[in-house]
Ligand binder design. Sequence first.
Ligand SMILES: [Zn+2]
Length: 214
Amino acid sequence: MKIIMLGAPGAGKGTQAKKIAAKYQIPHISTGDIFRANIKKGTELGNKAKTYMDQGLLVPDELVCDLVVDRVKQEDCANGYVLDGFPRTIPQAESLQSALKALGESIDYAINIEVPDENIVNRMGGRRACPACGATYHKENIPPKIAGICDVCGAKLILRDDDKPETVKKRLDVYHDQTQPLIDFYTAEKVLVEVDGTQPMDTVFEAICKILGA
Ligand SMILES: [Zn+2]
């Protein structure tokens, strides 16, 4: 069960990836975790990645792919894995595909969690953060006891720049530019499946389990 997760930032794909990993007992693999693990261990690939990151440069597609492929070759991935946050671009998808092909493997499912942009803008716009202690809230889902005030420390809550509608819209534009080609790519590979991400989290997960056949 080799799975890729697609979905806009804020669509809940990280949450679903973790739930899939837990239920099917397969590793949840995020590129951030792989980078950190390799840099910590000082592997050759990790050191290479670090030289780019130290200069504030993006790690090249080839190297990211090498790190991912190195990870999925490990024993705990024998029954499959969930890739979260990779591939993000067509060159990454192509290099992943050819690297897997060399191992006689391929991706089984690319799960696209669909949430309309305006829903994501609303979700993010409802977030509130405490500038003093870092606690986070949501106006509807996790409201503080007193509106606008942190439960933990009593400070005034703020809407972070990252969660402001104009910032979220910009991020979504970038996402759509990069991801639409990926959706086309995995559709052509006949592995793309779509799930309605506007439903409650547990309903989304049930829909995914149905697709995965359990
Ligand atoms: Zn606080």
